[in-house]
Design a protein around this ligand. Structure first.
Ligand code: NAP
Length: 469
């Protein structure tokens, strides 16, 4: 597949996209230049003049149709995701189902973008005047997305932006551009005008930087690592920002929870997509009363996972995105072991495939605990006191989501009140998400919220109207 967009007519070469398990070249994509970025932003600005005026029902119809086309093309798209991202097919298929919903939610939100009245006479100076505000589209949005959900995390930027009437220049991850290009095709088939979504492929340091530094986009919406996110905030100048960044997700398991069912949910939460999920379960705090049986059940379930080629429909864990990333994670495991940790299962690597790895005997200062491991590696830590476990869970530079399994309402409420995170999941792990809930992190995990309605709020301006009769 060779794909070249109109805005990439002066592209500077080609990028080979590979199957992450076999290494086979599965696509060649035109590589954009900074000049292409400038042209694309100009084209998106021009399209905004018309698309920004479209009535809600027309925007909703395009998004609704795109949702249906995604569902119709599910097998093909899941196959692209499995190959270019190395994601086990079963999770790639779930990602397509989720994107179908994300676009459906966006079609619905497009019809309810509205303001509210403001009681101006609460101030003496406002007496006799009528006040209300409306929400207006902001213009061109520069969107930069990561490799790990090449469809649904793109959908979370593109769908609400288009619902509102904005236009988008999107840079997907260089390793996984094919899914985003397929989405663009689908949106065009659904009736989106040329120029309302432009996909440019190229490295973060050239294409990404050129998008961020251009003064014309009204917003940069970014999902990726905290270091790149922080660099973007310094370069972007006066623009709105959404930053969806990393995490070292933690979950507590109390003895009053149904720990057998919990163990298998925790295994999925740690190893789905080879642990390359921002909500992955990385730090698992288990009460010492159940530590032994829980850990035995966890290891038994981990050993049953099928590791291998992600296109096989029964595969649970595929390769990591690159061999370098697998090597980096392996070195963190080795460093933890040299500092006293013990591997209960896994730890071996072949190329980009790292076995699901379970560690015990870790300390809070080890990289596998205090940094984002973003690999199939989980550490299980025993505790005796719930308050202490809550403190450990909350002691993190990150603050995306956390989980607590307990049937004790007082403990659940304590967790909800104390944890400085964007979401607390009671009786689930940090991984739970549906696509219409407000989603985003505190601290190093980011700025702003996605989840269609909440992204719509970020992606609109408030225009206040005051009428003096
Ligand atoms: P990444 O290395 O930060 O890359 C993300 C995107 O940023 C890619 O498109 C990348 O381009 C681009 N980029 C790199 N340098 C840039 C620069 N200087 N200026 C502008 N753009 C630049 O992240 P990743 O490895 O793809 O994804 C993993 C990270 O994303 C993890 O930290 C994970 O937790 C986080 N994440 C967060 C969420 C969330 O919702 N909070 C969801 C998923 C992932 P290239 O492809 O060319 O490198």
């Amino acid at each position: 597949m060779i794909t070249k967009t109109k805005a990439q007519s002066k592209s500077v070469g080609q990028i080979e996209v590979r199957d992450k398990y076999t290494g086979e070249v599965i696509g060649r994509v035109a590589q954009a230049s900074p000049e292409d970025v400038r042209a694309a932003i100009g084209q998106a600005e021009k399209t905004f003049k018309d698309y920004g005026q479209w009535p809600a029902h027309r925007r909703a119809a395009v998004l609704e149709k795109a949702s249906g086309l995604l569902a119709k093309n599910k097998e093909e798209i899941a196959g692209i995701i499995a190959r270019e991202a190395g994601k086990a097919w079963k999770y790639a298929a779930i990602e397509v189902d989720r994107a179908v919903e994300t676009f459906k939610f966006a079609a619905e939100e497009a019809k309810r973008i509205h303001g509210e009245t403001v009681p101006l006479d609460a101030s003496g100076a406002g007496e006799g005047r009528l006040g209300f505000y409306i929400r207006t589209p902001i213009g061109v949005i520069a969107a930069i997305s990561p490799f790990n959900f090449p469809l649904n995390l793109v959908a979370h930027k593109v769908a609400p932006a288009l619902a509102v009437g904005n236009t988008v220049v999107l840079k997907p991850a260089t390793t996984t551009p094919l899914t985003a290009l397929k989405l663009k095709e689908i949106l065009q088939e659904a009736g989106l005008p040329e120029g309302a979504l432009i996909v440019l492929v190229g490295s973060g340091s050239t294409v990404g930087n050129a998008m961020v530094e251009d003064p014309r986009p009204a917003m940069v919406t970014f999902t990726g690592s905290p270091s790149v996110g922080e660099a973007i905030t310094k370069r972007a100048g006066l623009k709105k920002l959404i930053m969806e960044l990393g995490n070292n997700g933690g979950t507590i398991v109390e003895p009053d929870a149904d720990w057998r069912a919990t163990a298998s949910r925790c295994v999925m939460s740690a190893f789905a997509n080879s642990g390359q999920v921002c909500l992955s379960l990385q730090r698992l705090y288990v009460h010492q009363e159940i530590f032994k049986p829980f850990t035995d059940a966890f290891i038994e379930a981990t050993k049953k996972l099928k590791v291998g080629n992600p296109v096989q429909k029964d595969c649970d864990v595929g390769p990591m995105i690159t061999e370098e990333e697998a090597l980096r994670a392996e070195s963190w495991i080795k460093e933890a072991v040299s500092q006293g940790a013990k591997i209960l299962t896994g730890g071996k690597r072949k190329g980009a495939v790292l076995e699901p790895t379970v560690l015990i005997g870790v300390t809070e200062k080890m990289k596998v605990m205090c940094q984002e491991v973003f690999a199939p590696v989980v550490s299980i830590v025993p505790y005796s006191d719930f308050d202490q476990a809550l403190k450990w869970l909350g002691t993190s530079d990150y603050g995306l989501q956390a989980g607590v399994f307990t049937s004790n309402i007082s403990k659940a409420l304590k967790a909800i009140q104390r944890l400085n995170v964007g979401g607390v999941m009671i009786n689930d792990t940090s991984i739970f998400r549906v696509d219409h809930m407000p989603y985003g992190g505190n601290k190093l995990s980011g700025l702003g919220r996605e989840g269609v309605r909440y992204a719509v709020e970020e992606m609109t301006n408030i225009r206040m109207v005051v009428i003096k009769p």
